[in-house]
Structures are given as C-alpha cells and as structure tokens.
Design a protein around this ligand. Structure first.
Ligand code: ADP
Ligand code: 5GP
Length: 219
C-alpha cells in the first residue's frame, strides 16, 4: 500500500471529526493529522490530541517559518496543517487523515496532487442543524455563522473526488473505508450530488431566513 493524504471536508456539524476519530481508532493503517488553531479549546478537547492550541502570534510565527502545509481563516480563527504531522504519519507508512475546511483542501490539492478529497454531506439540513446545535459547543451566533459558511462549502462538494452521506455512522465509515482500500478509487459514485446540494442549500437558506425574521428564535 502507498500511504496517501485523505482530506475530509464538510459543513460544520456534518460529522467529519466523528468519522475521522472512528477511522483512526478502528484502523492501524490510518493516522490523524492534529491541526493547529487559534480557537479556544472546547470543554472536552485536549491539547496535542484534538488540536495544538496556539496564540495568534505563535500561529503566525510558525506560519512565517514555513511549518504549515496549508492554513486558512475560519469564523475568525486560524487553522492549519503542520508539515511535521503529515510527515510523521506518512513516515510510519500510514495514510493520514486531514479534517480541514475547503480553502485548506484546495491548497493541499495544489501541492499534493495524489491527495484524495472526500466531502461529507449531512442527510438533510434539519439533521445538520440538529447535530450542530446538539453538540452544544457553539453559541447561537456562532451556529449562524457556521451555517452561513456551510452554504459556500456545500457548493464545493461536486468538485471533490468522493461524496459520502453521513446518515448512519457505520455506513459512512464503510464507504470511506472502501475509498481508502480502493487506493482513492471507488466503484460507485454517489448519484445526484448536485441535486442533493441544491436541496440542502435551499433548506438551509430557509432556516436561516426564518431565524433572521424571527429575531430571537434560534435556527
Ligand atoms: P464536524 O466535525 O463535521 O463539525 P462532528 O463530528 O463534531 O462534526 O459531529 C457533530 C455532532 O453530530 C456530534 O455531536 C456528533 O456526535 C454527531 N454525529 C456525527 N455523525 C453522526 C451520525 N452519523 N449520526 C448521529 N450523530 C452524529
Ligand atoms: P472546529 O472549530 O469545528 O474544530 O473546526 C472548524 C473548521 O476548521 C472545520 O471545517 C475544520 O475541518 C476546519 N479545520 C480544522 N483543522 C484545520 C486545518 O488544519 N486547516 C484548515 N484549513 N481547516 C481546518
């Protein structure tokens, strides 16, 4: 097996971190690239395991020193993939999973043409909102910002090598495993990606509009 870079992207709340964590614990041939961020840790997050938590200054110093394979700003914070993380996992002969947003995904694809890009779609807008809110880690305003960003991200889905719907976790994990085991190739592509994306965007726009109109009501 040739170890490769596996990029997982999705709108916030679709479940890519859950999928990445499950893949890493269930497979010895897959490692995780722990990203750096300037965002404050959530209650359950551990430094060096979930993220390297840097100050803005430290992040910029490391960025200027060329330590990042890619980096991007997302919802007011900086996020980046450290070269050292990727090289460590590849050096161990393992595929390496990058849980990153789309600007970062394009940067990785520009420098590592062999990277396999997987977009994770939620089964519906309702489920996405329920998961994002149910996680309980973001304020209602931050949930709104992330849903606005989701609209942009969803438009990128058809450009990815693979699209997986995370409805049942086990099924989504099987599909990603199939992609990994196929060396980045998958026998069957998800049909109607464009139509799914259109429906998700329409429903998300409706929720966001209702929320704006009602003023106090959350999405
Ligand atoms: P992301 O990393 O894409 O922002 P998370 O992995 O944090 O999303 O998942 C958001 C929430 O949805 C979490 O509370 C997670 O436990 C839950 N979740 C993820 N996948 C599923 C699934 N297939 N079924 C039900 N809940 C899920
Ligand atoms: P969260 O704050 O929910 O952990 O992550 C917010 C967004 O940043 C998610 O889309 C996540 O995939 C993305 N992200 C996490 N790490 C990185 C990274 O190293 N680079 C980039 N570009 N995005 C990242």
């Amino acid at each position: 097996m040739t170890p490769s870079l596996l990029i997982l992207c999705s709108p916030s709340g679709a479940g890519k971190t859950t999928l990445a964590r499950r893949l890493v614990t269930s497979r010895t041939d897959v490692g995780f690239s722990v990203s750096a961020t300037t965002r404050p840790p959530r209650e359950n997050e551990r430094p060096g395991v979930d993220y390297y938590f840097y100050t803005w200054e430290e992040f910029c110093r490391r960025r200027d020193a060329g330590e990042f394979l890619e980096w991007a700003e997302y919802s007011g914070h900086l996020y980046g993939t450290l070269n050292a993380e990727v090289e460590r996992e590849l050096g161990r002969g393992r595929h390496v999973l990058l849980d990153i947003e789309i600007q970062g995904a394009w940067q990785v694809r520009a420098s590592r043409r062999d990277a396999v890009a997987i977009f994770v779609l939620p089964p519906s807008a309702e489920v996405l909102i329920a998961r994002l809110r149910g996680r309980g880690s973001e304020s209602p305003e931050e949930v709104q910002r992330r849903l606005a960003r989701a609209d942009e991200e969803l438009q990128a889905a058809p450009n990815f090598d693979h699209v997986v719907v995370n409805e049942r976790l086990d099924r989504a994990l099987e599909e990603i495993a199939e992609i990994i085991d196929g060396g980045g190739v998958r026998a069957q592509r998800l049909p109607d990606v464009e139509a799914r994306v259109r429906t998700l965007r329409r429903d998300l726009a409706r929720y966001r509009q209702e929320n704006t109109n009602s003023g106090t009501r959350q999405v």
